[in-house]
Ligand binder design. Structure first.
Ligand code: BYC
Length: 323
């Protein structure tokens, strides 16, 4: 090995040591810092999947905007769905700081090469679903995302702070809608219960496969991208939700759900992991429809992208002439 090789090796070792020290001290990795290729690709994978989830997640509730039962409910729902679009854009920007190309990420979503959350592949046949998504789905998202505010990649962690604040508001609006329905007629109470029955198990699946089957958790915990395992967060969500269900007066559809004083947590039944696998692999109730809507929206928006690019080129030409 000659002197140049030795220098290069020392430089690479020093960069890795720097990176590891930053993680160890709970400091943030920033876009211009050196990072291992696998850290970068893991971050792009997780942030892209998260961004796609926000954008696809606009569809199930968006379907109710034109049918919301009052002007007030319509305005609230419209604002919520717009927030999800904002979260998606924020997250795509965070992925761009890692060198990801946004059109390429969209192409990967549409062609099924990149995932989005399983939860958005379920239908929303009743207006109670709007409330239950706010309560359970946004509740699960908060449980998962609050620890991500301390994630080791700076732009992602900072994006998560604002996103979590908005998600908390979303969760409260869902709960408030459900409280209103539960104070209503017998038919409205039945509608809420029927919706809870459909969304409970898919909400538990949002946290990902059980720890023993999770491919990325160990490495992502070591890099402090994830601060808790999938099963830890799932348990936290169950513990948090049980008293809320009791206050609402709904039953969670799990005969095995009970307080375990010894563990200090609720025990709960086994999630149907084969269903999660099926939905993730594209065979859920609405996968094809969700992607088709996204593909059509992307094609319909082509003229906007072309116009923006033409405008930017014209401006650059003018500035070039003026210089
Ligand atoms: N659905 O090794 P694992 C929202 C994939 S949006 C689909 O445990 P990881 C909201 C996983 O990607 C909710 N895929 O992975 C928006 C991996 O596949 P690849 C989205 C899933 O990354 C609008 C494989 O399975 N939230 O909040 O360590 C309205 C193995 O899993 C799912 C986020 O994205 C799933 N449920 O942990 C309301 C949060 N679970 O990539 C709400 C950020 C797992 O190897 N993401 N997979 O092909 C995370 O915290 C983590 O990525 C996960 C998975 C906990 C989701």
């Amino acid at each position: 090995m000659d002197a140049a090789d030795t220098d290069a090796r020392t430089g690479a070792d020093a960069r890795l040591a720097d990176f590891e020290r930053t993680i160890e001290r709970d400091q943030r990795i920033e876009p211009r810092d050196w990072m291992p290729d696998r850290y970068r690709s893991t971050m792009v994978r997780q942030i892209a999947q998260h961004a796609h989830s926000e954008i696809i997640g606009m569809q199930p509730e968006g379907a109710w905007i034109t049918r919301a039962p009052s002007l007030r409910r319509k305005a609230i729902l419209l604002a919520k769905v717009q927030d999800e679009a904002g979260h998606g854009l924020y997250l795509y920007s965070a992925a761009e700081t890692l060198g990801a190309d946004r059109p390429e990420l969209t192409a990967r979503l549409i062609s099924g090469r990149q995932k989005y959350s399983s939860i958005f592949n379920y239908p929303t046949p009743s207006f109670a679903d709007v409330g239950v998504i706010g309560w359970l789905v946004d509740g699960a998202a908060i449980c998962n995302q609050v620890p991500l505010c301390r994630s080791s990649y700076g732009p992602y962690a900072r994006a998560m702070i604002r996103i979590c604040k908005e998600e908390s508001f979303h969760q409260r609006q869902g709960y408030e809608l459900l409280m209103t329905l539960m104070r209503g007629t017998e038919a409205q109470r039945r509608m809420v219960q029927e919706s809870v029955d459909r969304w409970w198990w898919p909400s538990l699946m949002m946290f990902g496969p059980p720890d023993a089957e999770s491919t990325h958790t160990a490495q992502s915990m070591a890099w402090k991208i994830k601060r808790h395992t999938n099963d830890e967060l799932r348990q936290r969500f169950v513990d948090m939700t049980v008293p809320q269900a009791a206050a609402l007066g709904v039953t969670l559809p799990d005969p095995d759900l009970r307080w375990n004083a010894e563990r200090g947590h609720h025990d709960f039944g086994e999630v149907d992991w084969s269903e999660l696998k099926r939905v993730i692999s594209g065979d859920g109730p609405c996968n094809a429809e969700r992607i088709e809507v996204r593909r059509a929206a992307h094609e319909d928006g082509a003229w906007v992208r072309e116009a923006a690019a033409a405008h930017a080129a014209k401006r650059a030409r003018r500035e070039g002439e003026a210089a």
